[in-house]
Write a protein that binds this ligand. Structure first.
Ligand SMILES: Nc1ncnc2c1ncn2[C@@H]1O[C@H](COP(=O)(O)OP(=O)(O)OP(=O)(O)O)[C@@H](O)[C@H]1O
Length: 251
């Protein structure tokens, strides 16, 4: 074990993890972007992935979601291999990604955007009841149900993107930079909802650039630099200037 408070030296799971990523590699035209990444997410756990621009965070989660091909390694959800599947198949297996940039259909209303999230639904809950549940989580979506998504603020669009993804009833929810471009108040709304999603039993993996905030929020946060994991931090590290410096600049 580490002698530094807030740092965890190893990431060996204590039980069969929900998400188990082993030696994952992603290459673009032969150039490595993710260079053998291994980590896990347990049931009901919230795990962070932080690192500078170009570190390979998006490539990692896009590979998990089936949106880019892993060149080697494995990623299993409850023991089922995810790599090699299409994004739709991965959603059906129980892993959903809220991508960076949110991918809204600006001309469609809030309700129409929500219905699109139901395309690969795993749940037996009727769609109208499921929509009512996500609107309870994000009341603004009920208020603006007939408004085109393009007229929502960035924070409201992020709430819609998360709500739409939740309609697939994922066991593993991944968010790529959910705070990007949002006001501090909107960030609070989004992370408050993520806390409630986690408390309801969904495992969460959140990719962020806001190191201190993410470390404080997550059960564990991994630091990615140049395609490799360099540190794993627990919330105690959020106020440790030395560890934060290492998290920002590598170690
Ligand atoms: N479609 C692509 N084709 C070629 N190279 C890519 C592609 N997508 C990403 N890369 C490269 O892979 C590396 C990792 O990029 P990635 O977007 O995964 O990092 P990131 O940590 O998510 O960065 P950011 O925070 O800027 O999104 C970078 O060098 C990037 O230029």
């Amino acid at each position: 074990m580490s002698d530094l408070p807030g740092k965890v030296a190893a990431t060996t799971p204590t039980q069969t993890p929900l998400l188990d990523v082993r030696d994952l590699e992603v290459r673009y035209s032969g150039v490595p972007a993710v260079k053998g990444v291994s980590f896990h997410v347990d049931r009901g756990e919230t795990v962070g992935l932080i690192g500078p621009n170009g570190a390979g965070k998006s490539s990692t989660v896009l590979a998990l979601a089936g949106a880019v091909r892993a060149s080697s390694g494995s990623a299993t959800l409850d023991g089922v291999e995810l790599t090699g599947h299409s994004p739709e198949e991965v959603v059906r297996l129980g892993l959903s990604l809220v991508p960076e940039g949110r991918n809204m259909f600006d001309g469609l209303t809030v309700t129409e955007n929500l219905r699109l999230g139901a395309v690969a639904r795993r749940s037996e809950v009727p769609l109208t009841a499921a929509i009512a549940e996500v609107v309870e989580l994000f009341p603004i979506l009920g208020e603006f149900r007939d408004r085109p998504a393009g007229l929502l603020s960035g924070g409201q669009q992020q709430q819609l993107a998360i709500a739409r993804t939740l309609l697939a009833a994922p066991r593993m929810l991944i968010l790529d930079e959910p705070s990007l471009g949002l006001s501090p108040t909107a960030v609070d709304v989004v992370f408050d909802a993520l806390g409630r999603i986690r408390d309801a039993g969904t495992s969460v993996l959140v990719v962020e650039q806001r190191a201190e905030f993410t470390i404080a929020f997550c059960d564990r946060t991994h630091v990615l630099h140049d395609g490799r994991l360099t540190l794993a931090l627990t919330p105690g590290a959020a106020h440790d200037a030395d560890l934060l410096t290492k998290a920002y600049f590598g170690s």
